[in-house]
Design a binder for this molecule. Structure first.
Ligand code: NAI
Length: 356
């Protein structure tokens, strides 16, 4: 039997609400799925940890993470984080543990009125460098202010990061429709995006069975909105991937439906695309699907890493359960036009999972 210790970290805003749904799913799986033992390990992070322990990322949490097989992270209200005692948990974990590929699928759901009904793309976003100044330097930040009215933000692009990202994208494409689209701005950012593009194209030669094309990011944003079904796996740098994955979520019904996985060679962390949604926090109506499907992605990753078919199958069944619930139209959270609470949506998914 596959037995996995899974770190569970609430986060801020709607984090405790949607991560409670993940805990409910884990409990239901443990009760009803004899082939898997998923042991939740609750670890403090975020604003609650800051209040009690004086830091958003306690050393005890970092140490405990090393003992876990997979991690689940809720969203963080990062715009409130300031100073050394409030590190951006997500950024630190992605960089420190080399979770270099942020894999963000956007797949249409039956029963969801969205721009399209047949989208199935995955953004594979570089996760450790790029324009994200907080992870760009050995020490300090990649943003400088040499004069009161001038700021320099340094983007870092390395061949190593591009190469491992591209491999993750091509491997994923082989499990899907064997098509990779490289998205860049090499016509202007000639050195940085040029290195990204050249490196990805070199990796492509190892995957002759995978179709490759590439676009400038501005034009690609239009293509993705107008003809999303022409694309499969989208490999791109950090900031472009962040924007394009929210755009992709918009094509299928919104951020409440957009899961994500931060994957490295050794570790992976489930983390929905969305933020802490302060505008709806505390009302009990946040959509838990993005977090539940992030758990599904983590199960799939564990299944591949440990050659554990039970974990892989359970990940796929969670998608089916979510599709089943959404197709009936009976249970929808407010972001999807319904009135269901987070708890009601979670219970419906637990029930549907049992029936898969
Ligand atoms: P956001 O993703 O939190 O919210 C954008 C919109 O989507 C809001 O209207 C929100 O109500 C809605 N939304 C998001 N998730 C939802 C869900 N599960 N169910 C229903 N509706 C949902 O982005 P925003 O407002 O730009 O950022 C809020 C905070 O989150 C900021 O502090 C930001 O820095 C942080 N953030 C954190 C992220 C993370 O921890 N991974 C990612 C993005 C933003």
């Amino acid at each position: 039997m596959g037995s996995y210790r899974l770190a569970v970290m609430d986060g801020d805003g709607i984090g405790p609400e949607v991560i409670a749904s993940v805990r409910t799913l884990l409990a239901a799986i443990n009760e009803r799925e004899p082939a898997l033992d998923l042991i939740p390990v609750d670890l403090p992070i975020g604003l609650a940890a800051y209040e009690h322990e004086g830091t958003t990322l306690p050393a005890s949490t970092l140490a405990a993470l090393e003992t876990c097989d997979g991690w689940i992270l809720g969203p963080l209200t990062t715009h409130l984080y300031q100073g050394a005692a409030m590190p951006n948990v997500s950024a630190v974990l992605r960089k420190r543990f080399e979770l270099f590929a942020n894999i963000r699928p956007a797949r249409s759901f039956p029963g969801i009125a969205a721009l399209y009904s047949d989208v199935d793309v995955v953004v594979v976003r570089e996760n450790t460098e790029g324009f994200y100044a907080d992870r760009n330097m050995l020490a300090g930040s990649g943003e400088f202010q040499p004069a009161p009215d001038t700021v320099l933000s340094v983007r870092v692009v390395t061949q190593r990061a591009c190469e491992r990202l591209a491999r993750a994208g091509f491997e994923l494409a082989r499990r899907r429709r064997s098509h990779v689209t490289l998205v860049h701005k090499a016509n202007v950012l000639r050195l940085g995006c040029g290195l990204f593009l050249d490196t990805c194209r070199a990796v492509a030669t190892d995957y002759p069975d995978v179709q490759v094309d590439d676009f400038h990011v501005d034009a690609f944003a239009m293509h993705l909105v107008m003809r999303p079904t022409d694309f499969d796996v989208i490999v791109t740098t950090n900031l472009f991937g962040d924007v394009l994955s929210d755009l992709s979520a918009g094509l299928i019904g919104g951020l409440g439906l957009a899961p994500g996985l931060n994957a490295g060679h050794e570790r992976a962390m489930a983390q929905a695309v969305h933020g802490s949604a302060p505008d709806i926090a505390g009302r009990g109506g946040a959509n838990p699907i993005a977090s539940i499907l992030s758990l599904a992605q983590l199960l799939d990753w564990l299944g591949t890493r440990h050659t554990d078919l039970a974990a892989t199958n359970l990940g796929a069944r969670l998608w089916t359960a979510v599709e089943t619930v959404l197709a009936t139209d009976a249970v929808k959270t407010p972001d999807l036009g319904g009135k269901a609470t987070t708890t009601e949506m979670t219970e419906a998914i637990v029930e549907a999972l049992q029936a898969t």
